[in-house]
Design a protein around this ligand. Structure first.
Ligand SMILES: CC(=O)Nc1cnc2ccccc2c1
Length: 455
């Protein structure tokens, strides 16, 4: 190897990079690293989850929006050492533009709000189900994409907005069969940290990065981020004070830690009072150690967790009143949450709360011979006109196969188009549940079915 010129070695490299296709003569059928395919049975579960999320969003009168998965990299460049920006799935496109697959939806939403600012009626209450991306060295084998239900309220500075969002989250949990014994929601406020830092004369400019570090402290030992704390210029005494305050797990200890005149404390009390009016107070846990890892949160923050403590956070969110200012716009109060599709499914599966989803097929229609396909088409079409879901077999089938397939698909009826029946201008309808068979004139199949189906 050593004796060969670099060109030769480069050639070797090029050859060894021959496409997988050439090497094995076939395409790699797996989806890209860290991503998932959704086959129909997977898609039924995903659609079931999204439909529940959508119902809750609709019940709270939120409106759906969307934005491109591809955004300018500038939207996500923040200098607060967050994991979500350190793992940005970014690249340069063929036009030489720095772009990224969105790691979260909030910046895109902020861009959309800022773009139409004065044309929007406040408050804005919008939801979306964006697929979000991260580029993580596959050393940890974690996923690189997930779907994340987002709900946000723009234009409301009071904790009424946080309360409404927590109502959506707890409504979803109740609707899916989880109770406050299964799941809790830790609630705190970065206002607490802001008040502590202000009392210690720490400049505002250090607020976001300090919060991100305190969030990391929840997961890592102090020495692991000592370097970052020092780099940020946080003195030992400040770090010790912060670590002391975030120990508070109830109102008396929080009041002792930050004083009775604290605005952040008053807002938290107000939120817990609203929680009683919404009947979701049993889900809330005051826990000052909740900081969340996103740089732009400024006030109340919250995260749902499984009470057994076996899983990562189920969802999380908070107030981010200054995000538009970081984009050079005028401030507009905002609060929102992100709810990923992975942890919740793990929790629901562990509790047997994911229903087995059949196709919900009303009728399977088939012709016994190719020459009868036209009749089968006519029968299927009239059933569909009556609003039924119909699987029309596109090739002639043996009755035995068709009945087995109808059973597999969970069809309520099978419509058999056979030579004898057709000779008398009829079709045969079999009720799969009872095995009962009816000979029905093709002419009044539609009325027969709708009469039968209305019962
Ligand atoms: C459990 C899981 O899939 N987490 C996950 C997967 N992909 C992401 C992609 C972007 C940001 C956060 C992500 C989080």
């Amino acid at each position: 190897e050593g004796s060969r010129g670099s060109a030769a070695v480069a050639q070797d490299l090029k050859n060894s990079r021959e496409t997988q296709k050439e090497r094995q003569g076939k395409l790699d059928l797996n989806p890209p690293r860290g991503t998932r395919d959704f086959y129909p049975e997977d898609m039924r579960t995903r659609s079931w989850l999204f439909e529940l999320w959508r119902q809750v969003a609709r019940d709270h009168a939120f409106e759906e929006y969307d934005a491109p998965v591809l955004e300018s990299e500038d939207l996500f460049v923040r200098k607060a050492g967050e994991e979500v920006t350190e793992q940005l799935y970014n690249f340069e496109d063929k036009g030489g533009r720095r772009v990224a697959l969105r790691p979260e939806m909030t910046p895109s939403l902020a861009r959309m709000v800022m773009a139409k600012r004065n044309g929007l009626v406040m408050p804005v209450k919008w939801f979306s189900f964006p697929q979000c991306w991260r580029y993580e060295r596959m050393t940890r084998g974690r996923r690189r994409e997930h779907y994340q239900w987002n709900m946000d309220v723009w234009g409301v500075s009071g904790v009424e907005a946080e309360a409404e969002l927590l109502s959506a989250i707890t409504t979803f949990f109740k609707r899916v069969g989880l109770t406050a014994e299964d799941v809790g929601i830790k609630v705190s406020s970065r206002g607490v940290l802001a008040e502590v830092l202000a009392a210690l004369d720490v400049p505002d400019a250090k607020f976001s990065a300090t919060c991100v570090l305190v969030d990391k402290l929840e997961k890592l030992p102090l020495e692991a981020i000592q370097g970052d704390l020092t780099a940020l210029g946080l003195e030992e005494s400040v770090v010790r004070r912060l670590l002391d305050v975030v120990q508070s797990r109830d109102f008396p200890s929080l009041e002792t830690a930050i004083g009775a005149k604290s605005t952040a404390l008053a807002q938290l009390r107000q939120l817990f009072e609203y929680a009683r009016a919404y009947n979701f107070e049993e889900w809330l846990v005051l826990d000052a150690s909740v900081v969340r890892g996103l740089a732009y949160y400024t006030g109340i923050v919250f995260e749902a967790f499984d009470r057994k403590g076996e899983l990562r956070a189920i969802c999380g969110g908070g107030r981010y009143d200054k995000l538009l200012e970081t984009f050079g716009g005028e401030a507009l109060p905002a609060v929102g949450f992100g709810f990923g599709d992975a942890v919740i499914m793990e929790l629901l599966e562990s509790k047997g709360l994911v229903p087995s989803l059949s196709l919900g097929l009303d009728a399977l229609v088939f012709a016994m011979e190719a020459g009868l396909q036209g009749i089968a088409i006519r029968a299927a079409t009239s059933l569909r006109a009556a609003g039924l879901t119909v699987d029309l077999q596109l090739e002639a089938r043996k009755t035995k196969w068709a009945l087995k397939h109808a059973d597999r698909l969970g069809a309520t009826y099978v419509v058999i188009v056979g030579p004898e029946e057709v000779a008398g201008c009829n079709v045969r309808v079999k009720e799969m549940a009872t095995g009962q068979q009816h000979v029905v004139a093709i002419a009044n199949l539609e009325s027969w079915i709708s009469a039968t189906f209305t019962t």
